[in-house]
Design a protein around this ligand. Structure first.
Ligand code: ADP
Length: 664
């Protein structure tokens, strides 16, 4: 309208311009009408129906533009399932060879089914377009991730490459070459899983002599043999993967394209710069994949066995925050925020609680001793109820005042407290066999009864503690051992961890355990529970040298790559039996580590909170490390009498659930 006004105003001052202005205003009106008609048309074309099935879809937002296609979010109106739909106007593929290309892509893609390949669901056409319905990858592609992140960390690169390699192995086994592996063709779904997509340039692998010498289309990462028109083989996909790895780690491709001629020369000679900032294993692997001669490149199997993968940590999952922020792989945190939702579900409570109660029920039904303890406890349950009521009142009145202090000031509570303490001893202290010290337990216990005992202790506490939502005041300052770092490398060697006194332990996949003491010279080797052999690192028997090397490697890795998590100065006594890991267990929320003396630690991934329960001087202590890394230690008896915050209680319940799971 303003523009029209301007034109009219100009027209009054100049006739010629008036003519021009008038015709311009007519054009504008026409354009406006056209736009309105178009908008109406496109509104109706938001509902798309498949003429062959009658199924209706709603076209949503644009996801991106490709060579022939525009990609949209598209929802099946019957099932509400969301797809990524490539919509290709017939006019764009009018020429026979274009149409053939699309048809080839469809025919090839629809035969594929793999966890790391974008799933092809359906295709149809109407009068205007061809529609291809694909698995929707809500986090777009690796190109988008890298644009924001600039570079990725090595563990992330391992995470993504492993998934690409697994997809590629699937394709190559079917004699399908992708021929255009690039960041923009690696799609990421809601759960941060990678899916290889875009089969526009894919082709069947042909014997060397029958290979087509040219590709119609331009792959992003051309290999020397493709440039030299020798045809594309599996090795050419591996070359592209080398370029992908380089780009992920350094934020730029190995062969830049400002001067095409020079770039092609560099590709033909496999000449590129390798910054010293890269780790030696990644440098080696890139160079291996970017070998000039295709025969010198690794096969996909050789790739995953390379040191870059075999000797480095690969996260099992990545948090979605990795789309914009480098992850923090220190300590127990493979994925800082990833589990928040899941944890909310957990600590909100229903599903996991049911699980907990199930296990709970099983144990109590099977276990006479627990039954006896329960019966004994019943005697104190009335007075406990009284205490609980008083505690609730006092807590409300006194805000965060601890129940322990309430107990102190109440005659009745004092009586209850004494009575309860006796019972608690029975539950809490009761059943670590006949051992009076952790060293005796070494010889005495089996893994099952160590776990059963701590499960029983924890359960006794949880079952009987008053329901308050505040922490007891009575806190301790006892020093104890806990796991400050850990690495799960069980896909190859085992599970490694560092204790707060700098001892490094590895529970090997073969079931043996080795500790490297803080002097870095003494090794404790357990072939079985309680059977300790002591060696110096330099004089280990021949058959253990390999394991000692791996142990030292774990120690080195944790030293170099993982953040310190509150290690204490170490006090060395190399001969004393020490803490060593009996078993570890991971759930999607937390890691449980159970030690020989009944100490156990549960690390919650999503918020870094931890629970450590240990037995010291015949008493069970529980340490809670909260989200702010503040640590508080309580006697379990104190928790049993006074209760604790819901935050801690939920975690204790979860820890118990894990212990019970491991028993099952
Ligand atoms: P090209 O082959 O030129 O990369 P595509 O047609 O494969 O084009 O994709 C175009 C764009 O559409 C992509 O860059 C991406 O942003 C989006 N896209 C394609 N496939 C999917 C998918 N499965 N999920 C989400 N977005 C997708």
């Amino acid at each position: 309208m303003d523009l029209l006004k301007t034109i009219t105003h100009q027209s009054s001052s100049n006739h010629k311009m008036c003519e021009q202005g008038r015709s311009k205003s007519c054009e504008l009106k026409k354009k406006k009408n056209e736009e309105q008609t178009h908008a109406m048309a496109s509104e109706t074309s938001r509902i798309i129906s498949d003429p062959s099935t009658g199924k209706c879809y709603c076209r949503g937002r644009v996801l991106g533009k490709g060579g022939f296609a525009k990609c949209y979010e598209m929802t099946d109106l019957e099932t509400n399932k969301v797809y990524a739909a490539k919509i290709i106007p017939h006019s764009r593929v009018a020429k026979p060879h274009q149409r053939e290309k699309i048809e080839r892509e469809i025919e090839l893609h629809k035969t594929l089914q793999h966890k790391h390949v974008v799933q092809f669901y359906h295709h149809f056409e109407d009068q205007e377009n061809i529609y291809i319905l694909l698995e929707f990858c809500s986090r777009r592609s690796m190109a988008h991730v890298l644009k924001v992140r600039k570079v990725l960390t090595e563990p992330e690169v391992r995470y993504y490459l492993r998934q690409i390699i697994s997809a590629l192995k699937y394709l190559h086994e079917r004699e399908i070459l992708h021929r255009d592996l690039k960041l923009g063709n690696f799609f990421i779904n809601e759960g941060m899983e990678l899916k290889v997509g875009d089969f526009g340039l894919a082709a069947k692998l042909e014997p060397l002599e029958n290979r087509r010498r040219t590709i119609c289309g331009t792959p992003n990462y051309l290999s020397p043999e493709v440039l030299n028109k020798q045809g594309h083989g599996c090795e050419s996909d591996v070359w592209a993967l080398g370029c992908v790895m380089y780009t992920m780690l350094l934020g730029r491709p190995p062969f830049e394209t400002t001067n095409l001629k020079e770039t092609y020369r560099c590709i033909r000679e496999a000449r590129y710069t390798m910054p010293s900032s890269l780790s030696s294993s990644s440098k080696h692997l890139i160079a291996y994949m970017l070998s000039k001669n295709p025969q010198d490149r690794p096969t996909l199997d050789e790739l995953v066995q390379h040191d870059f993968f075999a000797q480095g940590f690969t996260p099992e999952r990545l948090p979605s925050s990795c789309c914009h922020t480098a992850p923090d792989f220190h300590l127990s945190s493979p994925a800082k925020n990833f589990f928040k939702k899941a944890a909310a579900a957990l600590f909100g409570g229903k599903k996991e609680k049911v699980k907990y109660l199930d296990g709970h029920h099983k144990l109590s039904k099977d276990d006479d001793e627990i039954f006896r303890l329960r019966r004994d406890l019943k005697r104190t349950s009335i007075s406990q109820q009284t205490l609980r009521q008083r505690t609730d009142e006092d807590c409300t009145v006194m805000g965060k005042a601890s129940t322990a202090s309430v107990v102190k000031h109440s005659g009745l509570a004092k009586e209850d407290s004494r009575q309860m303490k006796d019972t608690i001893r029975m539950i809490v202290r009761g059943t670590l066999g006949s051992c009076s010290s952790s060293s005796e337990c070494l010889e005495d216990s089996t893994m099952g009864n160590v776990a059963d005992t701590v499960a029983r202790v924890l359960r006794g506490c949880l079952e009987n503690m008053p329901e308050v939502d505040c922490m007891p005041k009575e806190q301790l300052n006892d020093a104890f051992q806990w796991v400050t770092k850990w690495v799960d490398y069980s896909n190859k060697y085992g599970f490694g961890y560092q204790l707060s006194d700098h001892t490094v332990g590895v529970l090997f996949n073969n079931g043996t355990h080795m500790s490297l003491l803080p002097d870095k010279k003494t090794v404790h080797y357990y072939a079985e529970l309680g059977q300790c052999s002591i060696y110096s690192t330099t004089e280990a028997p021949e058959h253990l040298i390999g394991q000692v090397t791996i142990l030292k490697y774990f120690a080195h890795y944790m030293e170099e790559n993982l953040m310190d998590g509150g290690d204490l100065p170490s006090i060395m006594d190399t001969s004393k039996p020490r803490l060593y890991l009996l078993q570890w267990l991971k759930s999607d929320q937390a890691l449980l580590m159970l030690f020989n003396d009944g100490t156990f630690q549960v690390n919650f991934y999503h918020d870094h909170t931890k629970i450590i329960v240990c037995n010291q001087n015949e008493e069970y202590l529980l340490t809670y490390i909260n989200e702010d890394r503040l640590s508080t230690t309580f006697r379990l008896t104190t928790l049993l009498m006074s209760g604790c915050s819901v935050e801690l209680k939920n975690r204790m319940e979860y820890a118990l659930n894990m212990l019970l799971q491991r028993c099952n």
